[in-house]
Write a protein that binds this ligand. Structure first.
Ligand code: 6R9
Length: 636
């Protein structure tokens, strides 16, 4: 049996059972048959779930960039690896073949080496969504340097703290970046950050916007002349299975970001396997994930997963609203995209707009749709299904995290019957469990519990950079011997999982546990509502009460606010129960969001409580200006 490709529900169950009964045999076979190794492993897995110690494919030797590129040259050298779609639709798209990408990565690898970067050194990459971003990741991987990509929308102080934490020796950036009708001065941000980063010895600068920048003598170099002068061949470094591949920072519940460390072999095997099965990629399909490579979704499912499978992956520099709200649909039509992977926040934003944006484009190339980043509410799911998938393309709602490296729970298109708002079944090798408040495993279905994973999988992060104790404390201490995800989930009668939201978003009102996500779902079904965020605030009698921040669709704008408040509460009462009614409803023009589209409930909670001190660092928000507006119009 071929373990790499699941092609029926029956085979899914067979493989899943095998992966649980004999995980080493299962992952060993997947790794053996689908990658190139300098040397195979002595043992597939060694682990300790108490001290959070994981070794996958022990002592194996490999290079992941070689698996992404060199391996395909004979069979697919002329196939397009990357389609680059620039911010400005009038600028021509670029098609980069596997051979060309290989050459560009080799040249870049040689430049990094020439600038003194060695195996194990950390390189900070702060670039817009241009081909050089993917090339930089792969060049680091090729020479064994550890990449630390920082999303190119983060402020100088956020960049500085990340560079300091992992003591990066180099920064790769560009003069500027384009996003919609804005141009951003990336190099200036780097210059400011580097005032407090003594570890950085050199800065390589891509020319993207032709803007004037300061180049610091001896430290800063334009990259193109160096690439032109570099040799076009490079012998990939021999890496150990457990050598770190990258660090990626994720926000924690406290201020200091956590540098999640992923290693080489396990991450490679897991992202390749999940990409293959979740997106049903075939032949010359064109695959597009709209995430930024600055997030884990971009690492795993724009760069590594697709390239490991020899796929064509789209890199889009711009935003969905530029030049207008038809941009996504225009790109799908233009490049005949077959698999489209985006986030609920984008779906909701586009669903707010007139249908004519979508209707003037031919989306018939779409075969599979994906969703990631937060629970997809019922209304958004149906809109995506009806208007983008034309009721024929299955939606795969993929639940996972920066820490998990790859997708953990998701329906396999054309195989797993979908159910709106359910991420459905675990991937092979993933053993989810639900835990109750007494920290016991819940056997029943139809109950909400804390979602844990009770056995290691190859893509699991190995540590937090420089702070293994924090890794243990955050993920392996709440439920001893298990990985705690921080999410709550419901399991239905057939074993499907529905992620109900962060467990820390539960509010206890008059002794009732209320998840904020289902209340938001109910509110979002109201025809006048675009988006909502619910938080708890202290209440004399109920302990906590609910405060709703709500944005309206255009048709809701002119409505009487008190009538709307009444209707929304009636809607909640009939969908969830009167207990979930909101005490306060504030209509706002936008919700504070992280750059990856997650609502920052932490800030809303503070505003609801009337505590305006210490919002933490809001410069990393997508829309920091909204905080002031919400504060000023707070309902007392
Ligand atoms: C990949 C990514 C992880 C958190 C995760 C959960 C939420 C992601 C989801 C989802 C419901 C989905 N999340 N996908 N919730 N359904 N399909 O987003 O990683 O940025 O680390 O966020 O996002 O709460 O715990 P990351």
């Amino acid at each position: 049996m071929n373990y790499y490709k699941i092609d029926s529900l029956e085979k899914y169950f067979k493989i899943y059972n095998k992966s649980v009964r004999e995980p080493e045999e299962f992952w060993g076979r997947v790794a053996d048959e689908n990658f190139i190794w300098y040397q195979k492993w002595d043992k597939v897995l060694e682990y300790d779930m108490i001290n959070a110690d994981f070794k996958w494919f022990k002592n194996a030797k490999l290079n992941i960039a070689r698996n992404c590129l060199d391996r395909h040259l004979n069979k697919r050298g002329d196939k397009t690896a990357i389609i680059f779609e620039p911010n400005n639709p009038d600028e021509a798209a670029q098609h980069i073949t596997y051979s060309e990408l290989h050459e560009r990565v080799c040249r870049m690898a040689n430049v990094l080496k020439e600038k003194g970067i060695q195996k194990g050194d950390r390189v900070c990459i702060y670039l817009p969504m241009i081909p050089e971003l993917a090339v930089s990741l792969l060049a680091c991987a090729r020479i064994g340097a550890i990449h630390s990509v920082v999303f190119a929308g983060f402020s100088a102080s956020a960049v500085a703290s990340r560079i300091q934490d992992s003591e990066c020796k180099m920064v790769i950036t560009s003069d500027g970046s384009y996003r919609g009708n804005k141009a951003i001065d990336l190099k200036g941000i780097v210059d400011e950050a580097l005032q407090t980063c003594p570890s950085v010895e050199s800065v390589l600068v891509v020319n993207r916007t032709n803007s004037e920048v300061q180049m610091k003598e001896g430290r800063d170099h334009w990259i193109q002349p160096l690439l032109d002068a570099a040799a076009k061949d490079n012998v990939a470094e021999i890496m150990d299975a457990e050598d770190p591949l990258f660090i990626l920072y994720t926000s924690g519940s406290t201020g200091k970001p956590k540098g999640m460390v992923h290693t080489t072999a396990g991450y490679m095997v897991y992202t390749a396997f999940t990409f293959k099965n979740i997106f049903n990629y075939k032949g010359d399909d064109v695959y597009w994930c709209t995430a930024d490579i600055g997030w884990i979704t971009g690492h795993s499912y724009i760069v590594y997963g697709p390239l490991l499978n020899g796929a064509t992956t789209v890199i889009f520099e711009g935003v969905p609203s530029y030049p207008d709200f038809s941009r996504f649909w225009d790109i799908i039509d233009k490049h005949k995209v077959n698999q489209f992977y985006t986030a609920p926040t984008a779906i909701r934003a586009l669903a707010k707009e007139n249908l004519s944006y979508i209707e003037k484009h031919d989306l018939s190339s779409i075969k599979v749709l994906g969703s990631v980043g937060e629970p997809i509410n019922e209304e958004a799911w149906h809109w995506y299904n009806n208007h983008v998938g034309r009721k024929t393309a299955p939606i795969t709602d993929t639940w996972w995290q920066t820490e998990t490296g790859g997708i953990m729970i998701a329906p396999l298109p054309f195989i797993t019957p979908t159910k709106p708002t359910y991420a459905t079944l675990p991937l092979p090798g993933i053993q989810p469990v639900l835990m109750d408040e007494r920290r016991n495993e819940i056997d029943d279905n139809q109950v909400v519990g804390s979602l844990c994973i009770k056995f290691p999988w190859p893509g699991i992060a190995r540590t937090i950079w420089g702070d293994h104790q924090r890794y243990i404390d955050t993920y392996f201490s709440a439920f001893r011997g298990k990985y705690f995800t921080g999410d709550g989930a419901l399991r239905d009668e057939v074993g499907y999982y529905r992620i109900t939201g962060r467990v820390d978003d539960v509010v206890i009102v008059s002794g009732h546990n209320l998840g904020t996500a289902p209340i938001e779902d109910a509110i979002n079904e109201h025809p006048a509502v675009a988006e909502s965020a619910i938080v708890g605030f202290p209440h004399d009698i109920k302990g906590n009460a609910l405060y709703g921040f709500i944005t309206l669709k255009e048709r809701g704008e002119g409505r009487d606010r008190d009538n709307l408040r009444r209707e929304i509460n009636e809607h909640i009462a009939s969908h969830i129960g009167p207990i979930a009614k909101l005490d306060k409803i504030q209509f706002v023009s936008g919700l504070p969001k992280t750059r990856s589209g997650k609502i920052m409930r932490r800030i809303l909670r503070k505003i609801a409580e009337g505590d305006f001190s210490n919002f933490g660092d809001i410069t990393t928000l997508l829309n920091p200006e909204i905080v002031e507006e919400i504060k000023n119009e707070r309902i007392d």
